[in-house]
Design a protein around this ligand. Sequence first.
Ligand SMILES: Nc1ncnc2c1ncn2[C@@H]1O[C@H](COP(=O)(O)OP(=O)(O)O)[C@@H](O)[C@H]1O
Ligand SMILES: [Mg+2]
Length: 587
Amino acid sequence: MDELLTGSVIAVNGPIVKAVGLKGIGMFDIAEVGPDRLIGEVIRLAGEITIIQVYEDNTGLKPGDEVISYGRPLSVLLGPGLIANIYDGIQRPLVGISEVCGSYIRKGIKLSPLDTAKRWDFKPLVSSGTEVKEGSIVGEVQESPLVLHRVLVPPGVSGRLTRIADAGAYTIEETIFVVDTASGAFKGKLAVYWPVRKPRPNKNRKKPFVPLITGQRVIDTFFPIARGGTAAIPGGFGTGKTMTQHALAKWCNADIIVYIGCGERGNEMTDVLTDFPKLIDERNGRPLIERTVMIANTSNMPVPAREVSIYTGVTIAEYYRDMGYSVAVMADSTSRWAEALRELSSRLGDMPAEEGFPPYLGTRLAEFYERAGLVETLSGADGDITIVGAVSPPGGDFSEPVTQHTSRFVRCFWALDKTLADARHYPSISWIDSYTEYLIDIEDWWKNLDAEWLATRNEVMNILLEDHRLEQVVKLVGSDALPPSEQYILFCAEMIKNAFLQQNSFDPQDKFCSPEKQIKLLKSLLTLYKKGLERVHAGVSVKDIAALTVVSEIVRLKSEIPNQDLAKIDEYVLRLEQGLSALKPPS
Ligand SMILES: Nc1ncnc2c1ncn2[C@@H]1O[C@H](COP(=O)(O)OP(=O)(O)O)[C@@H](O)[C@H]1O
Ligand SMILES: [Mg+2]
């Protein structure tokens, strides 16, 4: 429907506007409001009344002002040029906007999300006459040095390809293929619109089985996430949520990163916007932005833009998933998103539920996380989306509604611990309160590296759990009251924390730890535990073991041995075993 509907404003409550007269308008359609034609979206229909949330500053808007709509849903424009771009919540390019309006966003400005003048080198991959169906790949464009953009037949389109452009340079507005469909000729371009709130279809969902390798030991080894999985990072202010998401964006082995920023601090997004484009992907020496799309909500943007930003982000992620890629979505922080939802819902007059959040908070969070997954795409390839959402509970209290609801929908929970952060133990992911449900799913992948991976991981985890239990005892009676074997557990747990769990994002060697290195470090710690315990049972004191130089060296392996030189860890383990064997009990 492209017919023009007109109506008029009857009430304005912050960004929420009521209008009448827009007969035939649909839910989630775009409405342009007032003399500046501010972008809004229909979020509720109540008889004659249309309720619109406005994505731009609407001060001055008043009853009687005109509202128009073409009956088109609020959509994301998907095509080459997304990568390396930075958008606001409704996909307006921030760089483009600042070039046009300077440092502030002029009201009602309409800019294409993608450069319409740029010519992309298109390479056809099928010839005219071929039968194509939704999801078929008809050609490709090198979008950035890191991303090969596949041009797909959009969902819902199938038939005989009657025309395909020759290899050459085309803009996103030119027709590059034509499909003869049952309902007429479909003209395909490099870019397509997709409604922002509607998940893109796929053939079927599969069980994730490949881990998302992040290079962060506490995650990969203890609380791994699968590609296509969901994780939450809850943590109070300053505990390391943003740092963790940055580490993941830098190091994880996804093909594409979609970073949705809703900054906690006023200037935080500005930092991200200036810093992120400078980061280098150290595996290939290319700027990280060449595989990244950023959605940024700075604090001066209207609240509804924050609410819709996560849908904009995840729709872009689905588009790349459909090309057969692995996409990782970072949302920082979903609490700021939930607060936007709360504010809008209260202006709508909804009955508030816990802590003023709307009763549908849980449903909305579930719908967001459900868009993660490993799927068979329409073209038959595998593609996946992993979603990692930061949650910032006020006062670090995990019993609040956003953390509680989120924990029901994610299968991986990286709980940040303020005590660890205060002690400068980073990443401050608690090994007691965190959990993952992906261990069994990804076990086979790790088994290819080491058959004993899961057993080793569990044995080391048990030392940490035992340590946690013993610490409660020590608080009551002191460590001297423990038998030597239990004192030795406390000692080994301390070594595991220092040599393995702690990882410095600023250390050139330690910031990324390969899976192979993680296993070797883990096994060297288990050797320390097992061999050492034998000596303790033989009468050697924990103090003598702790005093061995070779034992204290274990904490330096992570930063001194490069990922490429793992034989050095084997040599170390040999020396460790010799050192421990040489210890004789006092006669
Ligand atoms: N993995 C890490 N390595 C080193 N320092 C860290 C790490 N994680 C957090 N930090 C420190 O903690 C500070 C706050 O982290 P940040 O991610 O901004 O917290 P949050 O987003 O939870 O408010 C950082 O500026 C940094 O100094
Ligand atoms: Mg933060």
